[in-house]
Design a protein around this ligand. Structure first.
Ligand code: RUQ
Ligand code: CUA
Length: 764
């Protein structure tokens, strides 16, 4: 290897000793622990099934809706350890989301009628699919309250795009993707006029209010939704609820259920029975069966009308051209889930005891034969329930959502009222097992269980209520996700996981090995656009420029300093700071904030981020790095000096530290001693096959960088010493030592890594 003359630091080397004296506690046996903690054999078995030993990783990664937090919660299965919150619709300070300019631009895409909306009611995450199987590239999630869809790139787990639905006022049946992620489906919930900012009275519900299903075109290469090629299918003012896309034989079709097909209008203040009474009065509602491929062709052929500048396929066209069909579903349906082979569609009815399994083949046969039992008031053909049903299975009270097992014909359905999960055979139509959950389960989720290739193994019950399961934390309880082992005939409850961030509605879980996120960006990347950031600079190219009252800083971050260390401004100046993290080592993120100016950024290795603010008050404002990034992290700071207009300095030069020749010599000796230790670490690293470990290579590169800077500082202290300027000489010698410290920090981490990962000796 190149000149890698590292010198470690006594302070870092001494740490490894001194822990050996504590071996005494391992004397307790398993039996002792069971007794002391009052654990049963069952508990132990459950623990063994969920425990992921220190240093090991989970088999699956779950992406949970964050409910009202507007975020996504990422956790591992089976450990149920939370790994990250993904900032989506809501500002999140750790990630700088909504506090730096680049992420603000993403949040701003979600403005509605010019208004910033800083929260979301997220319901359904969806992982991108290829041929119906999770491919681990992208994640989508909807916002029910403010009809929007967000796109998250799983290369860096960052939100890249928010699109606002141009015609809905609320939505629920999204995000669901088609088999090859051609489209992301989003269905409305509460009917409203499709035209924006247009009033019609409730009396005109039947004529002027509409539902719909939007098909957002996804451009996989760009990693973004293309709104121009997206369209909406106008639907009757039934309350569209959930959706799912067909796959295999049903690819090209999608299914959206609905409730309140009564089109009931409540109004208790006018003496009318409430919505809940009127909306569930009839025995059936309608599943919408949609030929989206045909719809896309019709839109291309110019059959859509523009509403709010967006293509909407009119109801008459869909009814006439064979795009939209309805099939009755039992009482207040909820959940519509296509089987892995694409042949069946399971629907739960909140006020029914059955799950209804529809056959796609039968639906097609009825359509082909033109066999319809009626038309709805909008002229949409209705297929008879009997002509579409494969089977109905009595499961229990309040069946909602269904997920599939890796075993053929096996499905799981949540029973809200019974607080149970039913395991059943949807081919034969029989119940196989039931298990109680705590309490009032909404969605449930099996591993990749809504894809064409479910993995079985585990099921998570997303319980709406936790009640008594956890240590009380006040009237607002956490949610309870319960992990259930489904690998055997009988289901086994393994673990309760409190989720303290909104009400998660749905979760999707993918095999961890399918995710391949990066650990750093190409230097100078704007992560929100995936393009080179115009404010990026390399080491030594940092600039601060002032034009009129605009100050622009192009700075860098590397352990342990921010360049520049001073920003001078006058009251009223507008300050833009672009910062590039120059680190290559994994996990060396720096943060950046300026006291009392409400800006913050998280700058991961390679990233460039911009913060902007107006220096509207005179004073002295420290800025600093907010991530504990090295032993000298606390020194990673600088001052923003905001001077009054026309201010003139009265004093020049800084106070002397009073360093003498003795101080300088002591520092030089410290540097020499440190070098000896560094050399031994370098000796070790270069004696093994460190080049086979990319993480170590990155650390070595960073350490080499640090050491590369020593030369300049050394020249400076020697030149100052020659002039007997002991102050400058000592300080520059100290700086040499700082570079050593940082290099040693990396070197020791690399050494530990190599020792723990079985590095082998190599011939020199
Ligand atoms: S919901 S509990 Cu998916 Cu919004 Cu069913
Ligand atoms: Cu960088 Cu702390």
């Amino acid at each position: 290897m190149k000149k890698f003359t590292m010198r470690a630091v006594p302070l870092l080397v001494g740490v490894g000793l001194g822990l050996a004296a504590t071996a005494g506690w391992s004397a307790e046996t398993l039996q002792d622990v069971m007794k002391r903690r009052n654990l049963s054999q069952q508990d132990l078995l459950a623990a063994a099934k969920t425990y992921v030993p220190t240093g090991k990783r989970d088999e699956f990664v779950a992406f949970s809706s964050g409910g009202q937090s507007g975020q996504i919660i990422v956790y591992g299965i089976p450990s149920m350890r939370i790994l990250k919150y993904l900032a989506v619709f809501t500002p999140e300070p750790w990630q700088g989301y909504g506090f730096d300019e680049n992420s603000k631009a993403v949040l701003d895409q979600g403005k509605i009628d010019g208004k910033s909306i800083t929260w979301g009611d997220t319901h359904h995450p969806a992982i991108s699919e290829t041929q119906g199987k999770y491919d681990g590239q992208f994640l989508f999630i909807n916002d029910k309250a403010n009809p929007r869809i967000a796109v998250i790139d799983l290369r860096d787990f960052e939100t890249k795009q928010i699109v606002v639905n141009p015609v809905f006022k609320s939505e629920h049946g999204g995000a669901f993707v088609t088999s090859n992620t051609e489209y992301v489906i989003e269905a409305a919930q509460y009917p409203a006029p499709l035209e924006n900012k247009k009033f019609y009275p409730l009396e005109e519900m039947n004529e002027k209010y509409r539902g719909g299903i939007t098909y957002w075109k996804f451009d996989r290469k760009e990693g973004r939704i293309n709104p121009k090629e997206s369209f909406t299918i106008e639907a009757p003012p039934y309350w569209q609820d959930l959706s799912d896309a067909g796959k295999g034989p049903s690819d090209g079709w999608s299914f959206t259920n609905s409730f309140c097909a009564e089109r009931y209008v409540g109004g208790i203040e006018k003496g009318r029975p409430p919505y809940e009474a009127g909306c569930s009065a009839k025995d059936t509602d309608y599943m919408h069966v949609i030929n989206w491929k045909k719809a896309a062709e019709l839109v291309k052929a110019g059959k859509a009308k523009k509403i709010n500048g967006h293509d909407v396929l009119p109801l008459e066209v869909s009814a006439k051209e064979g795009v939209l069909f309805l099939v009755p579903e039992p009482k207040s349906p909820h959940g519509v889930d296509v089987s892995p082979d694409g042949k069946y569609i399971a629907v739960g009815g909140k006020l029914d005891t059955h799950a209804s399994v529809y056959s796609f083949e039968k639906i097609q046969a009825a359509i082909q034969a033109g066999k319809f039992e009626s038309k709805d008031p909008y002229g949409v053909p209705v297929i008879g329930m009997k002509d579409a049903l494969h089977t109905q299975v009595q499961l229990g009270l309040g069946p909602l959502h269904t997920q599939y097992d890796s075993k053929p014909c096996v499905a799981y359905t949540s029973l809200y009222v019974d607080s149970q999960v039913a395991k059943w055979d949807y081919c034969q139509g029989k119940v196989l097992d039931k298990i109680s959950v705590h309490y009032n389960i909404g969605h449930l989720m099996t591993m990749e269980g809504d894809s064409a290739d479910p993995k079985g193994r585990y099921l998570v019950a997303l319980n709406k209520l936790a009640i008594d399961r956890f240590v009380p934390v006040g009237p607002l309880h956490p949610q309870n996700h319960q992990l259930i082992d489904i690998s055997n005939d009988k289901m086994q409850l393994l673990y309760d996981m409190p989720l303290p961030l909104g009400e998660p509605h749905y979760v999707v879980a993918i095999e961890a090995t399918k995710l391949k996120p990066g650990v750093r960006y190409k230097v100078g990347t704007d992560s929100r656009t995936d393009k080179p950031h115009p404010g990026a600079v390399r080491a030594g190219e940092e600039t601060t420029t002032k034009k009129g009252n605009k100050i622009e800083v192009k700075g860098t971050l590397i352990r342990s300093h921010i360049t520049p260390e001073t920003i001078e401004a006058e009251v009223g100046d507008e300050i833009t700071v672009h910062l590039t993290n120059l680190e290559r080592a994994q996990d060396e993120t720096h943060g950046f904030t300026v006291s009392t100016y409400n800006v913050h950024a998280s700058i991961e290795p390679g990233k460039t981020v911009t913060v902007k603010f107006k220096a509207d008050k005179e004073g002295v404002y420290p800025y600093y790095c907010t991530e504990f990034c090295s032993a000298l992290h606390l020194e990673m700071m600088g001052y923003l000096l905001v001077k009054p207009k026309g201010w003139k300095p009265t004093k020049t030069g800084l106070a002397s530290q009073g360093y003498t020749e003795t101080d300088y010599k002591a520092t030089v000796k410290k540097v020499a001693d440190t070098q000896v230790v560094i050399d031994s670490v370098v000796g070790y690293i270069t004696s093994v096959n460190f080049k086979d470990f990319p993480d170590v290579v990155a650390m070595v590169e960073d350490a080499t960088d640090q050491l590369g800077k020593m030369k300049d500082a050394k020249a400076k202290h020697e030149a100052a010493a020659a002039k007997k300027d002991w102050e400058q000489a000592n300080l520059w010698a100290e700086q040499v030592w700082q570079y050593q410290v940082k290099a040693a920090d990396l070197g020791l981490r690399a050494k530990t890594y190599l020792e723990q990962n079985g590095a082998k000796k190599v011939a020199k």
